[in-house]
Design a protein around this ligand. Structure first.
Ligand SMILES: Cc1cc2nc3c(=O)[nH]c(=O)nc-3n(C[C@H](O)[C@H](O)[C@H](O)COP(=O)(O)OP(=O)(O)OC[C@H]3O[C@@H](n4cnc5c(N)ncnc54)[C@H](O)[C@@H]3O)c2cc1C
Ligand SMILES: C=Cc1c2[nH]c(c1C)Cc1[nH]c(c(CCC(=O)O)c1C)Cc1[nH]c(c(C)c1CCC(=O)O)Cc1[nH]c(c(C)c1C=C)C2
Length: 479
């Protein structure tokens, strides 16, 4: 006999959880509480009146693996299949990714010849490192930094350049601090189960959840999609889920609803808002860990501390539009290792994967420059006091020096995204897992689920899947 479930936070995590809750007749009421004026959180797109679309958050979602299929199944269910913009593996945006090293763009090695030959900026063929990797003993540590893991197994050069850049292009983070076990479980499991990454790739590195492919996911497999977006931008996904939830009489959607405090009560929870309170049998928190931490009563002290300790980074995202085709190379974009420029993380060439988002008949090029991350403070200082003009200038200078573009952008947008990406540091798996947060919740019998990017993966797919898993565990069903 369930129950009223309160979902805290209306980002993609909270919306996904609410969507899955609606699938069960056991749930009598779903109350979504979102502090801001819109749903979607970091899924945030600007649609200009002339039809151009600019992404300030995620721009390409991966279709592969169980979590990728799961998202496509949801997109299919919502009736969004006709709006999907796929990018296949054979597309130039999938084949070409660049590194900016020693003041030059280098195409990242790919394919057989890319592995066999020595390609700058690397000093020996990647295949040599991969071959030697099979001989490296497996580690007995229960966690390790990504940099140390890759240095040990593949050599320092790949760690310093390729993996340093990769971690900036996914976590906006420092691979010397990030945990390999939590950030790249596939790599960690390959070593633990197969003794090597090469063998893990060949033989598989462990079981993954079973998610059957519905028609859209089948199409994506047949057509070999590498990533996808939506015609009116990624924000269409939260908009469409919100539309779906609005149609249900069991769902209450609240914006401008700041959760101030949550208190365990005899029957569940009392949730205090700025004005008034609501009661619920269960809480699914889809808030960032620190935000949840500040709402808990002092009786939850150890949990409060663990949540507080999950670090985040701030990223400056600058969208630029230029007249004409100004790119010297075609591809997804380029990344910059921290040894080259500590606070300039990389540039996405949005027009290449998604020309549909250009101004119609306009011959323009859209780029996104990402800056800061783990290096934000040391370069830009306090996010409270940085000036937009300064961020814009740094971004356009980078476009000029890295890509040789001397013209002035015809349009720009600067977004300072505070604490937007959680950082899974060494020992993160222990913090969220068995020995800590989730154990405390179980021991204290708290009817509370933790979902969202703070815990089990930061990608849109991971966050949606965390919502689904929490609902399945809560209701004891498989959706
Ligand atoms: C610049 C950028 C680029 C990215 N690129 C990609 C990509 O290419 N591919 C990919 O898969 N992922 C990407 N990501 C990651 C992904 O977008 C995020 O990890 C994901 O959107 C997080 O979703 P969430 O629901 O967990 O959190 P959020 O989006 O942070 O949602 C949390 C919600 O809680 C609300 N809230 C906070 N405090 C309170 C309170 N007290 N009361 C009520 N509500 C509150 C917030 O307003 C927010 O709406 C990117 C992220 C960023 C920032
Ligand atoms: C330069 C900074 C960033 C760029 N994108 C992000 C940041 C911080 C955020 C981001 N990008 C990806 C994810 C995870 C998605 C997933 O795991 O499914 C996040 C949170 C996708 C991604 N982007 C790049 C890689 C290698 C990946 C992993 C998945 C994949 O292989 O597709 C590379 C990359 N990101 C950026 C650039 C400029 C770039 C490379 C040219 C921007």
């Amino acid at each position: 006999p369930m129950k009223t479930v309160a979902v805290l936070g209306g980002g993609i995590g909270g919306l996904a959880a609410s969507y899955y809750l609606c699938k069960s007749p056991q749930v009598t009421k779903v109350i979504v509480l979102e502090s801001s004026s819109r749903f979607g959180g970091w899924l945030w797109s600007t649609r200009r009146s002339d039809g151009a679309v600019f992404e300030h958050g995620p721009r390409g979602i991966r279709p592969t693996g169980a979590v990728g299929r799961n998202t496509l199944n949801m997109v299919d269910d919502l009736g969004l299949a006709g709006d999907v913009l796929p990018v296949t593996y054979s597309h130039v945006a999938s084949k070409n990714r660049y590194l900016y090293v020693n003041k030059q763009l280098h195409r990242m090695p790919s394919g057989i010849s890319g592995l066999l030959r020595t390609v700058p900026p690397f000093s020996r063929p990647i295949l040599w490192s991969v071959g030697m990797e099979i001989l490296v003993k497996k580690s007995k540590e229960d966690d390790e930094s990504i940099h140390s893991f890759v240095s040990r197994r593949l050599g320092k050069e790949l760690a310093d350049i390729a993996v340093d850049s990769l971690c900036r292009g996914v976590f906006a983070g420092d691979c010397r601090k990030l945990s390999v076990r939590s950030c790249f479980p596939v790599l960690y499991n390959a070593e633990q189960r197969r003794g090597s990454l090469a063998l893990g790739m060949l033989l598989g590195s462990g079981p993954s959840p079973v998610v059957p492919a519905r028609p859209l996911a089948q199409r994506s497999a047949k057509e070999s999609w590498a990533q996808w977006s939506l015609r009116r931008g990624v924000e269409s996904l939260p908009e469409s889920i919100t539309g779906f939830l609005q149609k249900s009489s069991r769902v209450e959607l609240h914006r401008h609803a700041v959760v101030k405090q949550i208190c365990p009560s005899a029957s569940g929870w009392k949730i205090h808002l700025e004005d008034g309170a609501v009661s619920a049998d269960h809480i699914i928190s889809a808030l960032p860990a620190k935000a949840l931490s500040s709402t808990l009563p002092s009786s939850c002290q150890p949990l409060i501390q663990e949540l507080q300790d999950i670090a985040t980074v701030t990223v400056a995202v600058v969208n630029l539009e230029y007249d004409g085709s100004i790119l010297p190379v075609m591809g997804f974009g380029h990344l910059v290792p921290s040894s080259e420029d500590r606070s300039l993380l990389g540039i996405v060439y949005d027009s290449v994967p998604f020309p549909e988002h250009n101004k119609p008949n306009g011959h323009t090029t859209r780029l996104t420059v990402m800056m800061g991350g783990a290096w934000f403070q040391e370069d830009f200082g306090d996010p409270e006091t940085v000036k937009e003009e300064h961020l814009l200038q740094r971004a356009t200078e980078a476009v000029q020096t890295h890509l040789g573009v001397t013209s002035v952008p015809s349009w720009s947008w600067v977004a300072l995204e505070r604490d937007c990406i959680p950082q899974y540091y060494l020992g993160h798996h222990r913090r969220v897992g068995e020995y800590s947060m989730r154990t405390f919740i179980k021991k204290k019998n708290l009817s509370l689920s933790l979902i969202g990017s703070s815990y089990d993966g930061v990608s849109v797919n991971d966050v949606i899947f965390s919502g689904r898993t929490a609902v399945e565990e809560l209701l004891g069903v498989s959706l």
